[in-house]
Design a protein around this ligand. Structure first.
Ligand code: GUN
Length: 285
C-alpha cells in the first residue's frame, strides 16, 4: 500500500503558485485577490476560512474576509457580492458553505460573477464541467484528480465508485472522472447495498462525513481509496470516512486523513484564484 501524500504535493504546488504570483506582479503589477464571505459562527467554517486566508498570505495573494453575523439579511449579502463582483482588486469570490437556513444559497451562488467563481459552484461553471469545457472546477475534486495524476494513477476505463452526491464533492468528482474516461457510479444515502457497489470498484471516492463507512470487507484487493471525509472522532482526532487501518492493508493506494485530500483543496483554491487573476489581467490589458 502506498500513501497518496496530499500535504507534500500541496506544498510543491504552493511553491509554483508563489513563483507565478511574482511573475504576474512583475509583468502587470497585479496581485491576485480572494474575497471570502463567511456568515455566522460555525466553528468548522471559521477554521476552514482561516486556513484559506493563511494560504493566501503564504503565496502573496491579497485576501479579505467579509465576516457577517448569523442573522444578516439576504439583501445585505447580495449587496456585498455585487460590490465584490465590481471590485477590480478581487479576482476570486468564495462563499463559505453551509449558510444559515434563512439564506437562499442558490441565489447567492448564482450572483457570483462566473469569471470570479473560484469554487466552481455557479451553474455556468457546473455546466462547463459537465460538458467537458474549460472553466472553474470545485477545489476538492480537482485536488483529487491532481493527486492521482501525481502518482500516475490513470482512471481511464476504471470502475470508479463515488460515494456521496453533493454539489460540492460527489457530483463534480463524478464529472471529472467521466471526463477522464472512467466508468462512474454515484452511490448515496438511498443506495441499496452500498457494499455490492464498492466491492466491484477499482477506485472508491468517499466524502459523506460518516466515520468508518468504508470497511475492509467492502473493498476489493488492490483498490485505490480516496477518502474525502473529515470527521472529528470521540478522542478529538481528525478521521475520514474510511476505516484506515484495516482498509490500508488491502488497497494499493490510499489518502490519509489528515494530509490527503484536505491540503489539496486549499492548493486548488490558490490555483483557481491565480487562474482567475491571470484571466482578469488579460481582460483588462
Ligand atoms: N464548505 C465545505 N467545503 C467547501 C468548499 O469547498 N467551498 C466552500 N465555499 N464551502 C465549503
Amino acid at each position: 500500500m502506498q500513501l497518496l501524500d496530499g500535504k507534500k504535493l500541496s506544498q510543491k504546488l504552493e511553491l509554483q503558485v508563489t513563483n507565478d504570483v511574482k511573475t504576474l506582479k512583475d509583468k502587470c503589477g497585479c496581485t491576485p485577490g480572494l474575497a471570502v464571505v463567511l456568515v455566522g459562527q460555525d466553528p468548522a467554517s471559521a477554521a476552514y476560512v482561516n486556513m484559506k486566508k493563511k494560504a493566501c498570505d503564504r503565496v502573496g495573494f491579497y485576501s479579505i474576509t467579509h465576516d457577517m453575523p448569523e442573522n444578516i439579511s439576504q439583501e445585505a449579502i447580495e449587496k456585498t457580492i455585487k460590490m465584490l463582483n465590481n471590485d477590480t482588486n478581487v479576482d476570486g469570490i468564495l462563499i463559505q458553505l453551509p449558510l444559515p437556513a434563512h439564506i437562499d444559497e442558490t441565489k447567492l451562488l448564482e450572483l457570483v460573477a462566473p469569471e470570479k467563481d473560484v469554487d466552481g459552484f455557479h451553474p455556468f461553471n457546473v455546466g462547463r464541467l459537465t460538458t467537458g469545457l474549460d472553466g472553474f472546477v470545485p477545489c476538492t475534486p480537482l485536488g483529487v484528480m491532481k493527486l492521482l495524476a501525481e502518482y500516475d494513477i490513470d482512471v481511464k476505463g476504471k470502475n470508479c465508485v463515488v460515494v456521496g452526491a453533493s454539489n460540492i464533492v460527489g457530483k463534480p468528482m463524478a464529472s471529472l472522472l467521466l471526463n477522464a474516461d472512467a466508468t462512474v457510479e454515484i452511490c448515496h444515502i438511498f443506495t441499496d447495498d452500498l457494499k455490492k457497489h464498492t466491492l466491484a470498484a477499482d477506485m472508491i471516492f468517499v466524502g459523506v462525513g460518516v466515520i468508518n463507512l468504508i470497511k475492509e470487507d467492502m473493498v476489493k484487493d488492490g483498490a485505490v481509496i480516496v477518502d474525502i471525509g473529515i470527521n472529528r472522532a470521540d478522542n478529538g482526532k481528525l478521521v475520514g470516512d474510511v476505516d484506515f487501518k484495516a482498509v490500508s492493508e488491502k488497497c494499493s493506494y490510499i489518502t490519509p486523513v489528515p494530509g490527503g485530500v484536505g491540503p489539496m483543496t486549499i492548493a486548488m483554491l490558490l490555483a483557481n484564484t491565480l487562474k482567475a487573476a491571470k484571466l482578469n489581467a488579460q481582460e483588462r490589458a
